[in-house]
Design a protein around this ligand. Structure first.
Ligand SMILES: Nc1ncnc2c1ncn2[C@@H]1O[C@H](COP(=O)(O)OP(=O)(O)O)[C@@H](O)[C@H]1O
Ligand SMILES: [Mg+2]
Length: 422
């Protein structure tokens, strides 16, 4: 009931009460005073009750938002929600026609035609059997199938369930089907198992060599001091190789663990780079090579970053330039590059044999080496650049690799410039 209607009722009640009061008294001057007093008392009392909310309890009529929404509008709204759901959904009518598919279904399964019979859209016997059986017994089930598309073979899974009979305007049974694309999940599971296989292989090789040499030392070489010396050195080298590998595997797993947690500490990237180069200088110079550091010392690249991890980036890149490069190693702050707006670059370059173009996109994959035996012989693990990539991901940075075979390589790390806040 609206407030204005209620006020009229209260006014009427007040008048009635006052009239009743004066009817029992005599009409005259005192009668009119009694009438007025009673009228005012009842009116004030009802207005107080209204003010403390008594009226709201009485008012049970639906407000404007409560008005019943016509079925057509409700259906349109529900359809819009279904259309935008991130799952691919299809409705199959009892006569086998596909009566509805949402936007995701059009993307995941673009070959499906609305209004066609489902046996025209699905060829995989497992899927056809699943739909038929669900119509028959009402139980939910799933079926895997494969389709060949422009991007290669895709692994899809159809989950089917019966809808309640009363759904929609007619009383026909319908089956709802959700289609999930499992291709990417399969690929990441394959990558994981390939990684475990590679890591085991990398560890098994030096371990087999250690066991072989130790057996010889315990047997035929037991009394030969010269062979013993040589074999013990090999055992020691292989042990170090295993240790390097385990250290790299552990640091990769640590870095991956908090890859999505932005670093809290802050550090001056230029001085970290300069320090890493100075630590390597004696090794480079002992090899008859030189290292040129061209970094300003103004501390202007102080940014949010993990100092240990960023040091590891520079050590890994400089280490590679020492191992696989030749000539002078240069560490420098590069000029801006339109490909990396709002970022500054620090480049590590060498004058070595370079890297053929086809290898470059794969260098940051775990255990990828251009020449596996050269890497092993030089003490590499095949994980250095994978570690660099994950550290840069955490720091929202990018690794850019350029190389001209025969003319050296240049590895540039790009980080967000603290001077150009974005
Ligand atoms: N400066 C470089 N010059 C030539 N090849 C390089 C250079 N840096 C890296 N590479 C190639 O990239 C591969 C992967 O490097 P990395 O991930 O650090 O592994 P590792 O050094 O342990 O072999 C190396 O095995 C090498 O073939
Ligand atoms: Mg390396």
């Amino acid at each position: 009931m609206q407030i204005r209607q209620r006020l009229w009722i209260y006014l009427g009640l007040s008048l009635a009460a006052a009239a009743a009061g004066t009817a029992v008294a005599r009409i005259g001057e005192t009668g009119w005073t009694l009438f007025g007093t009673l009228f005012l008392c009842v009116l004030v009392a009802t207005l107080i009750l209204e003010a403390v909310g008594f009226g709201s309890e009485v008012d049970r009529s639906p407000g404007p938002v409560e008005r019943p929404v016509p079925d057509g509008i409700r259906e349109k709204f529900a359809r819009r929600i279904l259309d935008r759901l991130p799952f691919a959904l299809i409705l199959i009518h009892a006569d086998g026609r596909i009566t509805y598919l949402n936007d995701s279904a059009r993307i995941v399964a673009p070959w499906i035609e609305r209004r066609s019979h489902y046996t025209n859209s699905f060829r995989a016997p497992m899927v056809l059997d699943a739909v038929k059986a669900t119509f028959a017994d009402g139980k939910s089930r799933s079926a895997d199938f494969f389709v060949v598309s422009g991007t290669g073979e895709r692994h899809l899974q159809a989950k089917v369930a019966i809808l309640p009979k009363a759904f929609g305007r007619d009383q026909q049974r319908r089956v709802v089907m959700e289609i999930e694309d499992l291709t990417e999940k399969d690929a990441s599971a394959k990558t994981r198992s390939r990684f475990v296989a590679n890591a085991s292989h990398e560890l098994r090789t030096p371990l087999a060599s250690i066991l072989g040499y130790v057996e010889t030392l315990l047997g035929p070489a037991r009394d030969d001091p010269e062979i013993r010396e040589e074999f013990l050195r090999i055992v020691h080298d292989q042990g170090l190789r295993m240790q390097r590998l385990i250290e790299d595997l552990m640091s990769l797993s640590d870095i991956e663990f908090d890859e999505h947690v932005p670093p809290e500490s802050s550090c001056d990237v230029l001085s970290l780079a300069a320090r890493a180069a100075e630590a390597l200088r004696p090794l480079v110079e002992a090899d008859g090579r030189s290292i040129s550091v061209r970094l300003p010392e103004d501390g202007k690249k102080k940014m949010a970053g993990d100092p240990d991890q960023l040091t590891q980036v520079f050590v890994n890149l400089l280490d590679n330039a020492v191992r696989y490069g030749a000539g002078t190693i240069t560490l420098e702050l590069t000029g801006a590059d339109p490909r990396f707006p709002g970022m500054f670059g620090i480049a590590v370059s060498d004058e070595g044999k370079g890297i053929a173009r086809e290898h470059i996109p794969h260098l940051t994959e775990r255990f990828y080496r251009v020449d596996a035996s050269e890497s092993r012989q030089k003490g590499g693990t095949g994980l250095g650049l994978a570690i660099v990539k994950h550290i840069l991901n955490r720091h929202r940075g990018v690794l850019d690799i350029r190389s001209d075979p025969g003319a050296g390589s240049c590895f540039t790390i790009w980080l967000r410039d603290p001077e150009t806040r974005s």
